[in-house]
Design a protein around this ligand. Structure first.
Ligand code: UD1
Length: 420
């Protein structure tokens, strides 16, 4: 297993380009299955999860052509299998996102049941109940979800008792080809849901209320092809901003947007950062200062994102003052604090809250990544630690950060990958 070695004492300085959003690209790739013509998706990040989603689409018999700039052309008309096999689903839970499109367009789907993962139990009950409300017959057998709608899905009025990003995306994709009107209440408002909805609209879908928690979808007969460019990755953007803030550095990020990161930027300002932005860039400057501790509580968009919690916890670990970090979305997402404590942080857990007392410096130690964002927080910790930090199990990081060593090296960090 590859490891990353990070030399401590780095101060981030420079400029990099932000990649396309992983969490937007995954549902959009699933949505291509809905089109009746070939469809082109651009600005895909070069990441393992994207490769897995393309492999999944390909294993259904769908023609996929990828060019050197990571644009893909997908022709769903060549589909032969309506199945997402266990071998692929087990490596990426987001494979569940093909369920809605397959069922809606082809009337049937067999998708391996995604299990829990390191950050929590992550059920898909709301996805399934929503599809049932739209007339699907669902059986779970041999670890597979077998869904059928021989006469097509029909519009429904459905309330999601928990705000779920994937659930909203799956049901939105199911509704665009269902007969009649679907209303999704308490829908997720994350920018990635908006990006998916805009892609569906470009394909000819009729959706109202985009960006709100009340989505109204009028089913259409068929969807056409289009060319769509995936939005910038707000979590990658936020991660590099936090890295700069934690190290007292300055960074300019290109090809990204400030409007999708509002709370994160406000929290960074509270930590003492000077932030400026234009239409497609964000600049953060700490002017060499140590960050101030900031309290935060994760919640669905537009509140503070759970995917930025671990990185802020690492920054708070070396900040001036004491902070509380409360995780409300996933039950097991503060585990990286034990690794930070092994590096000399002072963090105690009380239920789903971490109390972080900032220390002047962390000390290097061999640490292990447990999930994608936790790995990013350990890399940030490595930059502000004394000595060389070895982060193990970095396959997690490769799922979500394109060219992380190259980008950090461009920003002046001494980081290298060693094969394990
Ligand atoms: C997506 C993101 C992930 C992010 C998360 C929350 C992708 C590929 N992943 O994951 O990076 O951390 O949103 O912003 O976009 N839940 C249920 N029943 C369901 C579905 C969800 O109880 O049927 C619960 C989950 O256990 C969790 C909460 O709802 O506690 C939110 O999960 P959800 O928004 O669905 O996360 P994902 O879409 O899996």
């Amino acid at each position: 297993m590859d490891k990353l070695i990070i030399q401590g004492g780095s101060c981030i300085k420079g400029e990099i380009r932000i990649s396309g959003s992983k969490n937007s690209a995954l549902p959009i790739l699933a949505a291509t299955l809905l089109a009746s013509d070939p469809i082109q998706i651009c600005n895909l990040p070069h990441l393992n999860d994207i490769t897995t989603m393309l492999a999944l689409i390909r294993c259904m018999g769908v023609d996929v052509i990828v060019d050197e700039k990571m644009s893909v052309e997908i022709n769903p008309n060549t589909i032969k299998e309506l199945e997402a096999p266990y071998e692929l689903v087990k490596t990426m839970r987001a494979s569940i996102l093909v369920l809605g499109p397959l069922l809606s367009r082809f009337g049937e789907a067999r998708v391996s049941f995604p299990g829990g993962c390191a950050i929590g139990s992550r059920p898909v009950d709301i996805h399934l109940r929503g599809l049932e409300a739209m007339g699907a017959e669902i059986e779970v057998d041999g670890g597979y979800i077998h869904a059928k709608a021989p006469n097509g899905l029909k519009g429904a009025h459905f309330y999601m008792e928990t705000v779920t990003v994937g659930g909203t995306e799956n049901l939105l994709m199911a509704a665009v080809l269902a007969k009649g009107k679907t209303v999704l209440e308490n829908a997720a408002r994350e920018p990635e849901v908006v990006d998916l909805a805009e892609c569906l609209v470009a394909m000819g879908a009729k959706i109202e209320g985009i960006g709100t928690d009340h989505l109204v979808i009028e089913g259409v007969e068929k969807l056409n092809g289009c060319t769509f460019s995936v939005m910038p990755d707000r979590i990658e953007t936020g991660t590099y901003l936090v890295a700069a803030a934690a190290t007292g550095g300055s960074v300019t990020l290109r090809d990204t947007r400030a409007d999708i990161l509002e709370v994160v930027l406000l929290k960074l300002e509270e930590a003492g950062a000077e932030i400026t932005s234009g239409e497609d860039w964000i600049r953060l400057d700490m002017h060499g200062r140590r960050p101030k501790a900031v309290n935060l509580t994760t919640a669905p968009y537009p509140a503070f994102p759970t995917d930025m919690q671990a990185q802020f916890t690492a920054m708070n670990a070396v900040a001036e003052g004491t902070s509380t970090v409360t995780e409300t979305i996933f039950e097991n997402r503060l585990v990286q604090t034990h690794e930070l404590n092994r590096m000399g942080a002072n963090i105690s857990l009380k239920g789903n809250t971490a109390v972080v007392t900032g220390v002047e410096k962390l000390k290097s130690a061999p640490v292990m990544a447990s999930d994608l964002r936790a790995s990013a927080s350990l890399v940030i910790a490595g930059m502000v630690a004394e000595g060389d930090t070895v982060v193990d199990r970095i396959y997690h990081i490769d799922r979500g950060y394109e060219c992380i060593e190259e980008k950090l090296q461009l920003l002046g960090v001494n980081i290298r990958r060693v094969p394990g």
